[in-house]
Ligand binder design. Sequence first.
Ligand code: SAM
Length: 262
Amino acid sequence: MTATLSTDVDREELDLLLRGFQVSRMLRLIADIGVADKIPTDGQVRVQDLAAACAVLPEPMLRVLRALAAFQIFQVTVDGSVAHTPRSRLLRTDTPNSMHHAARFWTGPGSWAAWGMLDVAMAGGTPHEAAWNMGRFAYLRQHQEEARVFDAMMASFPDNRHAAIASAYDFSDAGLIADIGGGNGAALRHILGRFSAPLGLVFDREDVIDAITPEKRMDGRIAAQGGSFFNEVPSGADIYMLIRVLHDWSDEDGSVAISERW
Ligand SMILES: C[S@@+](CC[C@H](N)C(=O)[O-])C[C@H]1O[C@@H](n2cnc3c(N)ncnc32)[C@H](O)[C@@H]1O
């Protein structure tokens, strides 16, 4: 076997991977203060004005933006004007399937501390529980702002799964579609937007349901019910969906969620 020698490019790329957390953290910072929305989609803004609009100092903001520009996230001119790139446009909240919420969630306090405890997984533990003494959903119940960021991130995930489901399956014969663990109802909005006959019912944790605003319910076509799928599941639907839910649970818990209540 011949050993392949590492190149300088390998070294540089590995270095960037090693320091990837710094990039993630900068992305969360600029998402938290709403930078992307304050830069015109096709124009530029002086960093002083941008910093003032974000209520931060221009010098440190310029440093962060220059660092991100090295990854083609924002463009910074020599005289300190800032413009969008295709990547930074994905961070605008008005971009379809915006990545703004993901930028805020992945290095948000809950995940940040959990990843810091990764070592415990090697001994069979659960990092989130080691960091917070509770599982992710119990944590989110106690941290409502982070919980809403999580809901929004799930609704606009980069895989665009809700649109894919709506276009891949013919839902026209369904009277009622129940989405169990359906977050803020994004999958149902995609499906009901495509099919005029069915009604939807989103079932999720109480705080997730309470946060669903009236305009998200499509003029009453989407009903919402709070509860735990470990205790109950609404009856009477023609189609039940469980999208990206079971991976959150052990095989035993997942089996309870799907087999004993339906
Ligand atoms: C990974 S998210 C997926 C959300 C949505 N299905 C989607 O595809 O975007 C998992 C969802 O399960 C919900 N969930 C967690 N535990 C639950 C429980 N015991 N009962 C009902 N929903 C629960 C969470 O609140 C969250 O909305």
